[in-house]
Design a binder for this molecule. Structure first.
Ligand SMILES: Cc1cc2nc3c(=O)[nH]c(=O)nc-3n(C[C@H](O)[C@H](O)[C@H](O)COP(=O)(O)O)c2cc1C
Length: 244
């Protein structure tokens, strides 16, 4: 009887162990390629990982501006990781600090994601606002803006071949209210930090990343559904590496 009981308990123990192991795995898979949930135009991003396979030194050494991409889409995990490296929350407490430094912690920048024909299923094409506090995307449009953005960027059509583009904008009054004109300089310096974070994160993920500062500001402002006063500063096209 004692042997029977312990045998049954052993089976029960293993059954519980297997179920508990499968639940987190299922969750990770669900957040992977296929099972992306969009509700009220909000898409939650998978939590970023804090461990990579490439050292900071290797990423700095390998970093290059790349202008060719394969047509494969980035996964939601890769986008989540890149957006987190750009402006993700990296501290808790009353004042939530972010992945890049910000003069006076005034955070004048916003991050937008542009997805074109090489975007991921089932999200499809569109224009999204990254919400750092929620690590989520808010859809602002379903349109594919990639070709028009490339045209506004002095016809740099290579950009439209990327899986997507990260757009950095600045809302200067958030920072000029404290630092006056110098706040404009600080915003641009901050955008450089964000861009370098994206470069190094992309390198660590084995992705191809470019950077574009040559564009017609007003054409982008007229084209994109960004709030009034958000000035485009930099565009960072990202894709999978082109096959050699
Ligand atoms: C602020 C800024 C704006 C840039 N704008 C463009 C651009 O519009 N188009 C482009 O192809 N490269 C652009 N670049 C990339 C530079 O051409 C590139 O960084 C430079 O050639 C050095 O190469 P590397 O980044 O591979 O080291 C820009 C770089 C910076 C920092």
């Amino acid at each position: 009887m004692i042997i029977m009981l312990s045998y049954k308990s052993l089976i029960l123990f293993f059954a519980i162990y297997i179920i508990l192991s499968i639940i987190p795995l299922t969750f990770v898979l669900a957040m992977g390629e296929g099972n992306i949930k969009e509700s009220n135009n909000i898409i939650s991003l998978p939590s970023p990982t804090l461990k990579g396979h490439v050292s900071v030194e290797e990423a700095i050494k390998r970093r290059r501006t790349r202008r060719s991409f394969s047509s494969d889409p980035l996964s939601i995990i890769e986008w989540g990781q890149l957006l987190w490296s750009a402006q993700g929350i990296t501290s808790e407490g009353n004042l939530k600090k972010r992945a890049a430094p910000s003069a006076g912690a005034l955070f004048p920048l916003d991050i937008y994601l542009v997805l074109g024909k090489n975007s991921l299923d089932p999200i499809g094409t569109g224009f999204f606002h990254y919400l750092p506090d929620h690590h989520a995307l808010k859809r602002l449009s379903n349109k594919d803006f990639t070709k028009k953005i490339a045209e506004a960027s002095l016809w740099q059509y290579w950009m439209a071949q990327a899986s997507g583009m990260i757009l950095i904008t600045a809302e200067y009054p958030r920072i000029t209210s404290k630092y006056e004109n110098r706040g404009i300089r600080y915003s641009h310096i901050e955008a450089g930090h964000v861009a370098q974070n994206c470069f190094l994160q992309a390198e660590s993920l084995g992705l191809s990343v470019g950077i574009v500062g040559a564009f017609e500001d007003q054409s982008l402002i007229d084209l994109l559904p960004i709030p009034e006063g958000h000035e485009p500063i930099l565009i960072i096209p990202v894709g999978k590496k082109a096959k050699e």
